[in-house]
Design a protein around this ligand. Sequence first.
Ligand code: ARG
Length: 274
Amino acid sequence: MPESRVPRRRRFLVCEPRHFAVQYAINPWMHPDRPVDVGRAQAQWKALVDAYRAHGHTVETVEPVPGLPDMVFAANAAVSVGGRVFGSLFKAPERRRESLPYDTWFKSAGFDVYRPESLCEGEGDFVPAGRWILAGTGFRTTRAAHQEAQEYLGVAVIGLTLVDPYFYHLDTALFVLGDEDGAQNIAYYPEAFSPGSREVLARLYPDAVIATREDAMAFGLNSVSDGRHVFVSPGATALIDQLADRGYVPVPVDLSEFHKAGGGIKCCTQEIRS
Ligand code: ARG
């Protein structure tokens, strides 16, 4: 089975951490008094981009804007499916101005961009998973936004309730591994979800990879998989072993400076699905 995992080339949008910092606290990971090493952050980020390119993926960049320290978390600005781009409306006023430069980037790349009326944070809470989109709510993105996204994208949205503030975005608690025998499979941390949502996930994904709290706290679920290679936080050691057992090829990339802002690999990566 290991040899059968086939990678699919992806197109990613990222934003250089030139102005990255922790200046406010909008999740439990953020402590403005704890310094960020910007040089180290830049080097870690570059290693991620290099790893994507080395594995055949296309990486495009949006110009960072001064005064928007979280703009490096490209995943939060939009979610795209089949060439349709559903924009963002950030919950925190500090992040609201990030939407415009990303919208502008998408428009100049030839996409129409839908401006949502309800609070939502792109791929942070919307995770396209083949025939449907898994969508988080509870901290940032609202149920109303799930409805809006389903209406605009024309793809069924399955709402999941997040309950642990350390896992405030769906992409901190779950990621899509890829196609396994004709259906998408996922990895996730069950305790991040309400009991009902846990049951939904267990029914939809009986063969999911179940991660431990340690893996989740190491940002192991904030991973990007191309169907074969999984770009994953090196601290998620038990998850890495499970992925290798399942025939995936873990590609460890350390983004520890970004963990100080509550983000990891996936947060820094917006996938463009045309
Ligand atoms: N400091 C950012 C925030 O709290 C981190 C965003 C991380 N992004 C993500 N996709 N989980 O909004």
